[in-house]
Design a protein around this ligand. Structure first.
Ligand SMILES: [Mg+2]
Length: 287
């Protein structure tokens, strides 16, 4: 059988409030007993000193209240993060790909690398996570400097770096995010004919993202991908979700897809495509 030519897509997701429900900085602050984290972030944001999303990195490096932060605190904050459901199923689906479609999944976030790695341990390999990197004093373990912060325009740079490394053209980049720190990168991805998905009702993003999905399940971002990129119809998408033991309980289609997914995902032995479903229903599966 001749190999089907495939399209290779880069799927990039933000972490805080896109794969998780909370803000890493808040979890870390609660962990080490900092009460006015929100005020500190708001103060920094209003001064425009740092890119949106880079506030935590700045505070860890420069605010005396954060001087006690060590690598272990970051990992602990990651373990405490509450994640959206079905992330393993999403990652596994993207890893397998579909006939004609290959996906490379990466997380790009301003959250500290250690936080994201601990939160997604066993699901997303560390080399598919691009987070804020600190350098630590070898003796005290204190944060000495900031190596990189993928926030604001820093996310654009991180996406471009991946596209180049993986040899993926910009029109095959899909970006998923929730907040104002994703504005730069979404505008950039849109400008170069990529695809953007918002997973929150952030008004600024809703105007920029090409699709919005509101759901507690991370698997829901596959709805616009299967519909708009792969070209499946609603019925095919429903059957596909059912093959993962997930039911699209409520799916209100407007400009925003609001989805309640029922069940806990079971990763099937192989991906069943609509073509295969049709073939098996007709009883004449073709090899
Ligand atoms: Mg976010």
């Amino acid at each position: 059988m001749a190999a089907v030519p495939f399209k290779h897509f880069l799927v990039v997701s933000d972490f805080d409030q896109t794969l998780s429900f909370n803000y890493s900085g808040q979890i870390l602050s609660d962990l080490i007993g900092i009460k006015d984290f929100r005020q500190k972030v708001d103060g920094l944001a209003s001064s425009n000193l740092v890119q949106q999303g880079a506030e935590l990195a700045y505070l860890i490096r420069h605010d005396p209240a954060f001087r006690g932060v060590r690598r272990a605190h970051l990992a602990e904050a990651g373990r405490l993060a509450r994640l959206r459901s079905d992330i393993p199923a999403l990652v596994e689906f993207l890893k397998r790909g579909l006939d004609g479609f290959q996906f490379s999944f990466y997380v790009i976030s301003a959250a500290p690398q250690e936080v994201i790695q601990a939160a997604l341990a066993g699901t997303v390999p560390a080399d598919h996570i691009v987070g804020t990197e600190f350098e630590y004093d070898p003796d005290s373990g204190e944060v000495q400097s900031i190596r990189r912060v993928p926030a604001g325009y820093g996310k654009v740079a991180a996406v471009e770096e991946l596209e180049e490394r993986l040899g993926i053209s910009p029109d095959r980049t899909i970006y998923v995010g929730d907040g104002s720190s994703d504005v730069h990168v979404m505008l950039h991805v849109n400008n170069r004919d990529g695809f953007t998905i918002a997973v929150s009702e952030n008004r600024m993003l809703a105007r920029i993202a090409q699709s919005t999905v509101i759901s507690d399940s991370a698997f829901s971002v596959l709805i616009p991908i299967l519909e708009r990129i792969v070209g499946w119809r609603s019925g095919e998408i429903r059957e596909f979700f059912e093959s993962y033991a997930l039911r699209l309980h409520e799916w209100e289609k407007a400009r925003t897809d609001r989805v309640t997914i029922v069940g806990s995902s079971v990763i099937p032995p192989q991906i069943v495509t609509p073509a295969e479903l049709g073939a098996s229903q007709a009883g004449d599966a073709v090899a």
